[in-house]
Design a protein around this ligand. Structure first.
Ligand code: PRX
Length: 643
């Protein structure tokens, strides 16, 4: 299949879609561009529950923006109370399946009651609007309850992915000066218990701001509980009433902070607020996922990443969706677990990452063929570029050739999808995120900020603020401005390279900074380097992303050693394990290369660019070359570095 293959929206799909023609999409886009105040005001009025109306749609003093200024709302009420009050309390919110096979169906009314109990528990502990809660949980419904319970009373949550280590957890709790940690004994993955509470205990030894920890019992393994600090979840909610009035919060009230890797060793706490974020989350459920009342929606992400925040919790739930939530690994007990779940619950929309698709392709077509996937009507992809071969397989084998695929480009910072097809309106080109959402003025520019021509590569920027955009880096407004608004003053710089074709379609080429994308997860080279140099044997380290057929990129480390008699084989293993311990298992390096010295500039800066060339020039195999246009990314990265 050539890069230029085009897939028009299937007529029967378009006929019932929320946005059913290219003209309808273009009309939305034009209206948002010409009169953003009116466009967003109308949508906010219609789509969001407000306690007090805003005075104007937005206020933009770069780099700071406010949306729906002075409006009052509540994210949890938008996700729950609204649906219950509209008579949909009995609609199933979550069709949950644990890895061992246990299942739960939870309605919107039940979810509301649980969230209220949990929120009342938080109040009883003295938590107040503006306090911070860190959530470190497996994929159980209680993780969603914890997030919405915090949102209900204005406590800002920060979910830390369960794969992060105690060290990483500690750094996040300390940066936030959180008052409470919500966790579990553990969760199930590949048939084994992944313990969480021991990491919390280790982290809390150095976190004096944390007064309490609530522990959900999932695996029932024996745990030490610290008297006065740790409370079992079931005891915590036992006597709490199932009503808790939602706090009337400012539209700009901090809803959550989510840490992501930047170009330094220290992760950035990306701050999102309430009104604008919710609106964008809810709208993209309609625009991109074409969500209808009877859909069975499934996003395979973990709630620890932004995809889980926006497209498991706030998007689908504010839209009143019924969704599948699965606790465990896609290959347990076999590689067809996802297809068994999709068939069993009759999923209609499925959203996952290209890494997952590629890993599943490797297992062959026979496994999906064992299951009836005819309920599916739409597929989605997120986190990294999807190569045309994986796209074609996903379309043919999983989608039966009838389901459009929405390739959604966005970032932790953008809060929601910014570039993606509206599937009933926009013809698809495999590998392209196609066209921007209404109000998203995306452009590809050169080093000086001038638009480049058709098919020319450059930096991807967004010229105007959009409702769900990052508001700040927690505690570091200077880094916020420097990171996103200094490359071209006052304009949001994405860190991605892209090109735009003659029809205005965007093709994302990869990152131009020192950020790797491993399995669709962002990881900073500097973060891995700092972990490595903390090891007693390591003198210096330089880390680069190396192309990988399954994960897109893999972590490749060059290290020089301190004086000593080191065995490279055992030390290599030890260092891989060390990084997993310091950051989390998903950051475990694929390769450790021992070097006599690292290439440096005259000023002593490690030339990662050269190392990137070394690892990419000889190892690219198969169709990975189409994943990222490495030559281009390297050229642009060079400009960016020299800046
Ligand atoms: O490089 C882009 C890539 O992932 C980065 C954002 O990572 P993160 O904040 O972890 O969020 C991932 C989930 C939204 C982007 O700068 N990326 C994300 N989606 C795509 C993508 N690259 C190409 N195509 C995509 N659809």
């Amino acid at each position: 299949m050539s890069d230029q293959a085009v897939f028009a929206p299937p007529p029967e799909f378009a006929a019932s879609a929320h946005v059913g023609s290219l003209e309808a999409y273009q009309d939305l886009y034009r209206r948002a561009e010409e009169n953003p105040e009116q466009f967003w005001s109308e949508l906010a009025e219609k789509e969001i529950l407000w306690y007090e109306k805003w005075s104007h749609a937005f206020e933009w003093h770069p780099p700071f923006v406010k949306w729906f200024v002075d409006g009052k709302t509540n994210a949890s009420a938008n996700c729950l109370d609204r649906h219950v009050e509209a008579g949909k309390g009995d609609k199933v919110a979550l069709l949950w399946e644990g890895e061992p096979g246990d299942t739960r169906r939870i309605t919107y009314a039940e979810m509301l009651a649980e969230v209220c109990r949990f929120a009342n528990g938080l109040k009883q502990l003295g938590l107040q609007p503006g306090d911070r809660a860190v959530i470190y949980m497996p994929m159980v419904p209680e993780a969603v309850v914890a997030m919405l319970g915090c949102a209900r009373i204005g406590v800002t949550h920060s979910v830390v992915f369960g794969g992060f280590s105690a060290e990483a957890l500690k750094a996040r709790i300390q940066d936030l000066e959180a008052q409470i940690v919500i966790t579990a004994d553990g969760g199930w993955r590949r048939g084994k218990e992944v313990k969480l509470k021991p990491a919390v205990d280790e982290a809390l030894a150095d976190c004096p701001t944390v007064r309490h920890s609530v522990v959900y019992q999932r695996t029932n393994s024996a745990l030490p509980m610290q008297e006065g600090r740790d409370i079992w979840w079931h005891d915590f909610i036992k006597d709490q009433p199932a009503e808790c009035p939602p706090e009337k919060l400012d539209s700009e009230h901090p809803l959550f902070v989510l840490y992501t890797s930047g170009t330094t060793g220290k992760p950035k706490g990306i701050l999102h607020t309430t009104g604008g974020y919710l609106l964008h989350a809810r709208l993209t459920m309609k625009w991109v996922f074409d969500l209808k009342d009877d859909d069975i929606y499934w996003c395979s992400a973990d709630i620890g990443w932004v995809t889980g925040h926006t497209y498991i919790v706030y998007g689908p739930m504010s839209a009143g969706a019924t969704q599948i939530m699965y606790e465990g690994a896609p290959d347990h007990p076999g590689w067809d677990r996802w297809w068994a779940i999709a068939a069993n619950y009759k999923a209609t929309i499925f959203y996952t990452s290209p890494t997952a698709v590629r890993a599943i392709i490797k297992q062959g077509d026979a496994l999906p063929a064992k299951h009836d996937l005819s309920s599916l009507r739409l597929l989605g992809s997120v986190g990294e570029p999807i190569n045309p071969a994986a796209w074609e397989w996903y379309h043919r084998v999983i989608g039966g050739g009838r389901c459009p695929i929405v390739d959604t480009w966005w970032q932790t910072e953008t809060g929601g999808i910014l570039i993606a097809p509206m599937p009933g309106a926009v013809p698809l080109k495999p590998g392209s995120g196609t066209l921007p959402m209404p109000g998203v003025l995306a452009e590809v520019v050169d080093f000086d900020g001038n638009p480049v021509g058709v098919d020319q590569e450059g930096f991807l920027i967004i010229k105007r603020p959009w409702p769900s955009m990052i508001r700040n880096i927690w505690g570091d407004p200077q880094r916020f401005e420097q990171q996103y608004f200094s490359r071209i003053p006052g304009i949001y710089f994405t860190g991605d390279a892209a090109r735009r074709d003659a029809e205005g379609y965007f093709w994302i080429l990869g990152r131009v900074d020192d950020v790797m994308n491993v399995s669709g997860h962002r990881l900073s080279t500097m973060e891995v380097e700092s972990a490595l140099v903390r090891h007693r044997a390591v003198a210096e380290a330089a880390v680069v992303g190396k192309p990988d057929e399954i994960t897109g990129q893999a972590v490749c480390c060059f290290v020089t050693l301190k004086e000593g008699n080191w065995n490279h084989d055992t030390l290599g293993q030890e260092l891989r394990q060390w990084v997993a311990h310091e950051i989390g298992s998903f950051a475990r390096p694929a390769e450790i290369r021992f070097a006599e010295a690292l290439p440096k500039t005259r000023s002593g800066k490690i030339m990662r660019r050269l190392l990137r060339e070394i690892v990419t020039s000889h190892t690219v195999s198969g169709d990975v070359t189409t994943l990222e246009d490495l030559g281009v990314v390297q050229r642009l990265a060079a400009q960016h570095d020299d800046d």
